[in-house]
Design a protein around this ligand. Structure first.
Ligand code: MG
Length: 225
C-alpha cells in the first residue's frame, strides 16, 4: 500500500486493479512498430507492483532490458459500471503519475508468441506512483506536459493532448467490460521515447499540474530484496 498526499491529508492507494493502456499515443505506437488501435487496448498490472516515493525500482534478474514509460494515472472515486462518456468524469477522484515499468525483452517474446504481457508488466516495483494526488476538479488534463528524465537527460516529453483515446472514452469502454471500483487506477499510456533503465539510474518523471517524482533504480540482488 502506498500513501500519497491528497487535499489537506493523504490517500491510501489500494486499487483492486491497475488498468493500463497500450499504444494510446500515436508516436509511441510507431516506435513500437504497431498500428494505431481502433479501440482502446489495455492490460492489467497487479497492485503488488505499486511502490511510492522513496522506494527503488528493482530490475529483475529474469530480464535484460527494463524500460520506463511515464503515464498520467486516473484514480477512480466511485464504482463505475457501464458509465457513458458524458458522465465518466463524475467517477474520477483525481490524478497522479504512474511509471509503467516494462521488461521489454520479455514483452517482445510474449508478443512474438502471442502470449499475455502479465510477466513483462507485473514484477514487484513495476508500478511506481507519486508524488501526490490532485483532485480532478483542480486540474484540466486535456493538454498537460508529461515527461521523464534519466540521470538528468530528457528521454520522454509529450502532451496529454496527444492521447488517442481520452479519459472519458477510456472509462466508458473499460467499464463496459469490468466494474471499476473506488481506488482503481487507469494508467493512460505513454508518449514516445521509452528506453532502458540500468542499475544506479535516477528517474525523474513529471506532469504539469501534478508535480515531479523521483525513483532510484537498483538491480535485484544489489540490496536485500
Ligand atoms: Mg504503458
Amino acid at each position: 500500500m502506498v500513501r500519497l498526499p491528497f487535499r489537506d491529508t493523504h490517500y491510501d492507494v489500494r486499487p483492486s486493479k491497475i488498468v493500463a493502456l497500450a499504444k494510446n499515443y500515436v508516436e509511441h505506437a510507431r516506435e513500437m512498430e504497431s498500428d494505431v488501435p481502433e479501440r482502446p487496448v489495455f492490460f492489467l498490472k497487479p497492485h503488488s507492483a505499486l511502490i511510492g516515493p522513496g522506494e527503488p525500482i528493482i530490475l529483475p534478474r529474469m530480464s535484460k532490458r527494463v524500460d520506463h514509460e511515464v503515464e498520467l494515472a486516473v484514480i477512480i472515486g466511485r464504482r463505475a459500471k457501464r458509465v457513458p462518456e458524458e458522465k465518466a468524469m463524475d467517477y474520477v477522484l483525481g490524478y497522479t503519475i504512474l511509471l509503467d515499468i516494462t521488461a521489454r525483452d520479455l514483452q517482445a517474446e510474449a508478443r512474438k508468441k502471442g502470449l499475455p504481457w502479465t510477466v513483462a508488466k507485473g514484477f514487484d516495483t513495476f508500478a511506481p506512483v507519486g508524488p501526490r494526488i490532485v483532485d480532478r476538479r483542480e486540474l484540466d488534463i486535456s493538454n498537460l506536459e508529461i515527461g521523464l528524465k534519466v540521470n538528468d537527460q530528457i528521454r520522454q516529453l509529450g502532451r496529454t493532448s496527444e492521447m488517442i483515446f481520452k479519459v472519458p472514452e477510456l472509462i466508458e469502454y473499460i467499464s463496459l467490460i469490468m466494474t471499476l471500483e473506488p481506488g482503481d487506477i487507469i494508467s493512460t499510456g505513454t508518449p514516445a521515447g521509452v528506453g532502458p533503465l540500468r542499475h544506479g539510474d535516477k528517474v525523474e518523471a513529471w506532469i504539469e499540474g501534478i508535480g515531479r517524482v523521483e525513483f532510484d533504480v537498483l538491480a535485484e540482488g544489489s540490496i536485500l530484496c
